[in-house]
Write a protein that binds this ligand. Structure first.
Ligand code: ATP
Ligand code: MG
Length: 317
C-alpha cells in the first residue's frame, strides 16, 4: 500500500526581491491513518508544503506523491480525494447563507444531494452552528465563519484532509471542541489521514500521532510528541517540598540526572531532573527513610517547546 504522502528531495523557492528558499530538500512520509502535524515558527515553510501537497502550488524540484499520485502529473486525481482548509482564509460568498455555501462546496465535489444535506446537518450540529445555518455569511462572526470553513473541509468526506492552522484565532472552548472533532474524525474512520500545521505546541502535542518540526524550510526532526520531548533530553522534572534533610544521597540514585535544593524557613524545595517518571518512587523512599516528610510534589513535563529549543537552538516565537 502506498503511503498517504510521500515527499522526496522537495524544494520550493520564490523569487521576488532576492530568492526565498521556502522548502529546502524536504523528505517526508506520512502513512494512511495518521494524524500528522507540521510544527514550526512563522515563515518556516508549513503553508508552502501544504499548498504543494494539496496541488495549489508546484514544487521547484523534487517529487511529492499524495494518495499514490504525483502532485504535478496527476493533480486532478488527487483533488477529488482530498480537501484543504486554511484557518486564516476567507472563503464562501457573503450573500449566501452558511447552509447554501456548504451546499455549493459539496456540489463542486459532486456529493449526492441527500448525502450532502445529511452531512451538512450533522456537521452544523457538531460545531454548534445550527442557529446560524440560515444566516447570510456576511452577518456571522469571524469564528463562526471559520467553523463553516472547517465544516466545508469535512463535508466532502475526503480521504486526506489538510488543515492549515485550523484553530488560529479561535477561543479556547471552540479550539478544544475542534481538536476533539479532528481526533475523532481520524480515529473513527478507516483509512483517513490528516495533516495539520500549527505553531501552538499544545495542539501538536495533544493531537498528533507524529510531528515534523520544520524550521527555515528544513525538517529538523520527525517523531511522536513523546519521542520529540525525550530528545529534548529533559526527561521528567519534579519539584518536591520537604522538611529539612540532606539531599546529597539522592544525587547518586540511578536515573537522577540533576538536583537543586533550596532550603527555606522550616522546609526545602528540591528540583529534580529524572530520566523518567518511575525514578520518583526511589527518590521519595530515600527522603522518607532519612526521616524527612514530603509536604508537596509536582511534576513539570518537558514540552515540545523544549524539544524545539533543543533541536533548533531558539524558541518557537
Ligand atoms: N507567494 C510567495 N511569494 C514569495 N515568497 C513567499 C510566498 N509564499 C511564501 N513565501 C515565503 O516562503 C517562506 C515560507 O512561507 P510559509 O507561508 O510557507 O511559512 P509558514 O511556515 O506557513 O509560516 P506561518 O506560520 O507564518 O504561516 C517565507 O519566507 C515566505 O515569505
Ligand atoms: Mg502558514
Amino acid at each position: 500500500m502506498a503511503p498517504a504522502i510521500e515527499v522526496r528531495s522537495l524544494s520550493r523557492s520564490f523569487s521576488g526581491r532576492g530568492e526565498t528558499l521556502a522548502l529546502d530538500n524536504v523528505d517526508l512520509t506520512v502513512e494512511e491513518g495518521e494524524l500528522f502535524g507540521l510544527l514550526g515558527p512563522n515563515g518556516a515553510g508549513k503553508t508552502t508544503l501544504i499548498k504543494i501537497l494539496s496541488t495549489l502550488l508546484l514544487p521547484s524540484s523534487g517529487t511529492a506523491r499524495v494518495l499514490g499520485h504525483d502532485v504535478d502529473a496527476d493533480a486532478k486525481l488527487i483533488r477529488k480525494r482530498i480537501n484543504m482548509v486554511s484557518g486564516g482564509e476567507i472563503s464562501g460568498y457573503g450573500l449566501l447563507t452558511i447552509r447554501e455555501n456548504l451546499w455549493m462546496f459539496t456540489q463542486f465535489y459532486g456529493v449526492p444531494g441527500k448525502v450532502a444535506n445529511e452531512r451538512i446537518d450533522s456537521l452544523l450540529e457538531t460545531f454548534g452552528l445550527q442557529d446560524k445555518a440560515d444566516a447570510k455569511l456576511r452577518t456571522v462572526s469571524t469564528g463562526q465563519r471559520q467553523k463553516m470553513n472547517i465544516i466545508r473541509g469535512f463535508a466532502t468526506d475526503p480521504e486526506l484532509i489538510f488543515l492549515d492552522e485550523p484553530t488560529l484565532g479561535l477561543d479556547v472552548t471552540t479550539s478544544i471542541a475542534i481538536r476533539n472533532y479532528l481526533r475523532r474524525w481520524v480515529r473513527e474512520r478507516e483509512g483517513r489521514t490528516m495533516m495539520l500545521t500549527t505553531h501552538y505546541m499544545l495542539e501538536a502535542d495533544e493531537l498528533c500521532d507524529r510531528v515534523a518540526i520544520i524550521d527555515r524550510g528544513r525538517i529538523v526532526a520527525v517523531d511522536t510528541p513523546a519521542g520529540l520531548k525525550r530528545r529534548a533530553g529533559s526527561g521528567s522534572s519534579f519539584l518536591i517540598e520537604t522538611t529539612p534533610f540532606d539531599p546529597e544521597p539522592i544525587r547518586s540514585l540511578p536515573g537522577v540526572r540533576g538536583l537543586t535544593a533550596r532550603p527555606a524557613e522550616g522546609h526545602m524545595s528540591v528540583r529534580l531532573a529524572l530520566d523518567d517518571e518511575s525514578v520518583i518512587a526511589d527518590v521519595i523512599s530515600s527522603i522518607v527513610s532519612s526521616g524527612a516528610k514530603v509536604i508537596g510534589l509536582s511534576k513539570n513535563e518537558p514540552t515540545l517547546e523544549d524539544a524545539f529549543m533543543h533541536l533548533v537552538g531558539r524558541g518557537l516565537e
